[in-house]
Design a protein around this ligand. Structure first.
Ligand code: NDP
Ligand code: 8X3
Length: 250
């Protein structure tokens, strides 16, 4: 039984991973997020199928991240797999009109938050010389699209950190890999457009986008490979999407 910590488990890709892995019967789950009600609901739902607990912290608060990991009890302390998923885009503005608060949010959550959580979990993996870190990047980690500027920069940083972690942790036998999704229909665009549901819904109209379950399916595959197999970098898009800007809406 492996212990998996999923950040950003209250919604979208993280939640779908929790639901998917709970049904595999091979994992003990630690679900993280800030919305306590959602964490409670998910723990109640999944505890029928697996051992599960939750941690409530904002990934931007490094002391809280460390406290949360230090406070884990029993078998939940022995983390094997870290899914660095928490993150969002905030705004979609040209660089000259960008909001400093949006920029701070993206860099603090998507980059520094991922680092704080990794730093807190890593001693458990280096001590036993095994473990698996999955970093959720994006097609925005591989290319830059109009008005994507800082979000793309944050995800390019995730791509670089994924490579850097893999290099530095190689001596410990720790697997490190990234999954980079294209457009996935989650709460992502609602957050990006600050609750404007109509604008968010339009992002996914006229084509068949990926669903969170599609990414969860891939992550379940990635973490269940034999230990000598590390899927280092995986880009996945909807069949209707060819790049960040080319989507077949015919
Ligand atoms: P959602 O908005 O549905 O989920 C985002 C998750 O991140 C929520 O569970 C949220 O939990 C958590 N989160 C956000 N900010 C914080 C924070 N400060 N501290 C702790 N947790 C936080 O979006 P997705 O599921 O789509 O996004 C998940 C990941 O996938 C992100 O890294 C995103 O960049 C990436 N991605 C998404 C794509 C898409 O098209 N949807 C495509 C490519 C990558 P809570 O609010 O409860 O804290
Ligand atoms: C999310 C996908 O295209 O909105 O990472 O950047 S996109």
């Amino acid at each position: 039984m492996k212990t998996v910590l999923i950040s950003g488990a209250t919604s979208g890709i993280g939640k779908a991973c929790a639901e998917r892995l709970a049904n595999e019967g091979a994992y003990r789950l630690i679900l993280c997020g800030r919305r306590q009600e959602r964490l409670d609901e998910l723990v109640a739902e999944l505890s029928i199928s697996c051992e599960v607990t939750s941690l409530n912290f904002d990934v931007r608060e490094r002391d809280k991240v460390q406290e949360a990991i230090d406070g884990l009890e029993g078998k939940f302390q022995d983390i094997d797999i870290l899914i660095n998923n928490a993150g969002n885009a905030h705004g979609l503005d040209p660089i000259e009109k960008g909001s400093l608060d949006d920029w701070d949010a993206m860099l603090d959550i998507n980059v520094k938050g991922l680092l704080y959580l990794t730093k807190a979990v890593l001693p458990k993996l280096t001590a036993k010389k095994s473990g698996h870190i999955i970093n959720i990047g994006s097609t925005a980690a591989k290319e830059v699209y109009p008005n994507g500027n800082v979000y793309c920069a944050s995800k390019h940083a995730v791509d670089a950190l994924n490579q850097g972690m893999r290099i530095d942790l190689n001596q410990y036998g720790i697997r490190v890999g990234a999954v980079h999704p294209g457009m996935v229909e989650t709460e992502f665009s609602e957050v990006r457009f600050k609750g404007d549901s109509e604008r968010a819904a339009k992002v996914y109209q006229g084509f068949r986008p990926l669903q969170a379950e599609d990414i969860a399916d891939i992550i379940a595959f990635v973490i269940s490979r034999p230990y000598h197999v590390n899927i280092a970098d995986l880009v996945v898009m909807s069949t209707d999407q060819a790049s960040s800007t080319i989507v077949n809406k015919s």
